[in-house]
Design a protein around this ligand. Sequence first.
Ligand SMILES: Cc1ncc(C[n+]2csc(CCOP(=O)(O)OP(=O)(O)O)c2C)c(N)n1
Ligand SMILES: [Mg+2]
Length: 784
Amino acid sequence: MGSVRDNGRVTPDPDVLREIERRVLWLATRIVDAANHDRDTGDGVKVGGHQASSASLVSAMTALWFAHLDAADRVAVKPHASPVFHAIQYLLGNLDRRYLPMLRARGGLQSYPSRTKDPDPVDFSTGSVGLGAAAPLFAAVTRRYVDAHFGARPRSRFIAILGDAELDEGNVWEAVADPATTGLGNVMWLVDFNRQSLDRVVPGVRIHQWRAQFEAAGWHVVEVKYGAKLAKAYAQPGGECLRDWIDAMPNEQYQSLFGLAGDALRKQFLTDAPPEVEAFVKDIADDDLGPLVTDLGGHDIAALLDAFGQCDAVTDRPSVVFAYTVKGWGLPIAGNPRNHSALLSTEQVDAMRADLGLTKDTEWDRLDPASDAGVWVGVRREALARPHREPHLAITVPAETGIRAAKPISTQEVFGRVLVDLARDEQVAPYLVTTAPDVATSTNLAGFINKTGVFAPTELKSWSDDRMLRWTQSPAGQHIELGISEMNLFLLLGQLGLSWDLSDQPLLAVGTVYDPFVLRGLDAFLYGTYSGARFVVAGTPSGITLAPEGGAHQSTITASVGLELPGVTFVEPAYAAALDWLLCDALGQVAEGKVAAGGDGAYYFRLSTRPVDQAPFAAARERLGDAVLRRQVLAGAYQLVQADRSDGDPVVHLVGSGAVLPEILAAQAELADEGIAAHVVDVTSLDRLYRAWQRTLRQGVRTATTPSYAGVLRAAFPERAPIVTVHDAASHTMAWLGSALGVPCVPLGVDEFGQSGSVAELYELHDLLPGSIVNAALAALSLF
Ligand SMILES: Cc1ncc(C[n+]2csc(CCOP(=O)(O)OP(=O)(O)O)c2C)c(N)n1
Ligand SMILES: [Mg+2]
């Protein structure tokens, strides 16, 4: 059955693929229809779904899954084509039939493909347009790294199927332009070129600009523009004039043809056309003209397969295929400029069902396994079967590197030193990979880079013999340097963090970024964690403590971002040993692969360049002992100073994270002089503290019982007293602690944009100096 193509792949008879394509179109359409018309959600909220966006890709996705992909290939599917993906997975036997009426239902098929929540095997989550397009590119970067370090994996092609309007997203071009993504011959982007976005027909003819942009970035570009009918017409004498006319026609005019028929269509088509075009189409019957001029290559499976084959043949650079398609292809809403969220009526769905020879009893059936199409689906099912992948890395990450600092030291410096130390650990070192968007040296990765080198696909000559920074670039390097794109940083971290699945090799990925610019890559950060990726990222330096750098470089809302992002553990230690424990623990958790079982994927360290005296921590260590202190540090908070007190002394807790601990300690001493017992609590992970509190509360809410008091809060706040929170971040981030402890809270923090100055000057401006903390303590006591 079928024939062998140039590239050795067997392609079935075109009729077989046509039949599968028709069934995929039906199922995708009906999946959306059922979600909207068969279910009563009872809430009056529209369910939605995208029949037109799905129909646009039915041909291309049929071609991919039923005639092109191998088991090792990985594909990102355009968010709004998820019904097509699920229809295909269902036909292949990878999705139970009960899910088909469950698009957008709880526990059912997600609206957009989701790695973590969909019941069938999604390779890349998509939803925020542009990110799904770039993700496979960074998965290919990751594969290139894995192949170089751990031996070549079976070849995968990394494919992104994207909507044409996704090319408006800047992150797409940041990804294409980065030198780290060049030369990846196993990447193919398939653009669903339907010339429509959500609101409108995309103005003008943009293909020329896009082609040039891709080519300038070194990509191989293929256009699949015409179907077989148009190609035949062009080949006739005078056919070039028809081609020239269609090529030059603005999108708006071309799209307007879809709603027309007969003479009206002819008129619209010929508006502003040269006379020779009119002459050329004169003998074409009205009924044939529409199907001819709207016959696009993106629905010609043979043309698509030929294009995919051309991409396979180009092995030294990524490829992009522009498949000219019709949004709503094969449906009554085809090409309508307002079809993005349009739904077929029940009558239209009934007609479609009848047209396919299906009934309400058979409408969800798979293809008859005895039919040619059914047999072919069975062949593909076997060809695409994948082995199980293990997220766990079978190594022991040490509990600490044992870093000791006699002098004041910053957390950023400690971070660099811990990584250097881990790079000497025989078990851990091979799996460590760092990355940064042009800030590796200014975030203290230089030591690690000096030890491990910078990754390059081939050995590159070094033109500098700088002893402080040896920028040796080779396939053995373990740092992947990016251009200044925080989007790319988080996209790469997201893919390094999924390498256990997409490249059959777990890695310990560590990224660094200037903390304020976490926000610049935030959507990609979210994307990675939503996808279940595991990695460590350090936002450093952070806050107004970065004093002279001024307001544009100071971060104030990142702490709450870290606190609130699901799947991310936010940590902000102040002392060297605490950071050492937390970082080793985070890497240990990443190695464990817990996220696959619902644990945390990413660890976000908010660090600082301010040197901090380590003596107070040493004293706490003496008092509490290593085991207890480490447990508390990992749990999120510990008592750094336990105030001496006499009976009757007022008591207050001074609570803080990170760089401001010295001011808190100074305030503690001043308060002691005034006869106020101030305990100091160092919050190492506000996130873990919050979650511990929430866990107990939610338990109470769900079981209608009195919530217990979280152990970590009890240990850090052994007595009931008002609190002052101090944070080099928005004051709001810690303010909830008052509620958690059931006491008055005066939250100090940075609630305005900063400016340049010295640390003391800026702390004064934002009420973070010891005097303000003392006043805040008095205020808190007065409220108690
Ligand atoms: C970042 C982001 N912004 C906006 C949206 C809302 N949105 C969803 S689809 C879409 C238009 C997509 O057009 P295109 O990529 O051409 O897809 P088509 O439906 O035409 O296939 C928009 C604006 C989104 N999903 N993500
Ligand atoms: Mg589009």
